[in-house]
Write a protein that binds this ligand. Sequence first.
Ligand SMILES: [Cu+2]
Length: 458
Amino acid sequence: MKFLSLFAAAAASAAVIETRADTGPMASIPVGRGTAASPRLTNQMPIDGGLRKTTTHGPWTLSPGAMITKFANIQEKPCSDCYVTALMPNLLYEDGSEANVDTGAWLHHLVTMATPGPGMFWAAGNERPILRLNSQWKFGLDFSPLTMFGVMVELMSANPKPMTVKLELTWEYIPKAAAQGYKAAYVHWNDIGEPAPRTGQYEFKALPWVVDQPGKMLYAIGHMHDGGVSSDLFINGKLACSSAMLYNQRPHYRVCSSGANDLAAPNNSPMEWHISDPGLCTDFGDVKRGDMMAYTARYDSGKYGYMTSMNNVKERLMGNMRVYMGPDAGGPTLPSGGSMLADGLTMEKAQDVSEAPCVPGPKGGMPAAGGMGGMGGMGGAPASGSAPAAGSTPAAGSSPAAGGMAGMGGMPASGGMPASGGMPASGGMPASGSTPAAGSSPAAGGMTGMGGMNMGGS
Ligand SMILES: [Cu+2]
């Protein structure tokens, strides 16, 4: 229960560890192809007359060192009969200030669901990433008047004192009456499950997926745990997006090392290394029915530290990449086709953290006196040819729907989702009825996990 999977398909992906030599972490990938973070939504101008709304969920109180999972069922949704075009999560204290690593507050995981509609359409770790679906083409997540919206959160405290936090979601949406030409986007999850951390440079692969309808790849980001280097997406064997894991790029992530035993600060680094942003890929190509989508999650323990609990125990790893796709065709957002850059948005560049001071964290780290010092050599040997760390057996043949419905059994009866509706069998696919490849849908693991969750209020 300590580490409950909200993301999925752990059982469904027998991750395979292999080395790969075809490309480095950021080799010749242009801007918009995973090297830079998205601007925070609050730093973006709305696109196509999109409206903004903030919803809050919680609050929840955590005792020192606690890890809690909460399901907030039937939450206020941002809009009805609309397309959701952008989203940003954040974790706040009751006074509205940001609750983050520097004060021992982790938004360990977040999963959002909308049904009937896009299903399990969004997730985040403590990197609190941005979703943006209409930077170039007219797509959004379809929220109908019947759509019910729910949130699962997994929160972790590394704070020596009790703390009370709430989730804030900032949305951008377009009412359907004003959304001429818009169509529903869908998401496909690529997932390696939750392998144990290893030493050195190593990688995990998800089971490939065969694209079942043509469309545009609108948006993709990877979710990994600290230690991650990049989430790489391949279409027919060719690298389409390498979502770099970007560390310590925002203030609340720069925590000073608590000493030589701080697993989050390897090689005597004066600062812990925490993922603050995933590099995003936006409007990065078309897919055809029958294309093979594959995913590799790359880790390097010699370069970055690991996510740890309050008592300095390593958390398990994750690697998933959500690829948001727009079925043909949908017109361009901007008359010229446009782009995020053309619309006044700029990708946020990685900052040089070598000059930025760290702040003492809840574990009592000391502020760094000087620069970062050398990162040292790569620790350990590549895990070439090693057996999968997780050793999980693929749930081949098991239907995502089965897991999804089983999971619903754990939901509150009163005010729950309707039995007939439940979570979409397709687990994040659109209501149009297409079915993801067996074994690679998040629905199985994610929804199964819900069955064992501690639900209800705080
Ligand atoms: Cu995770």
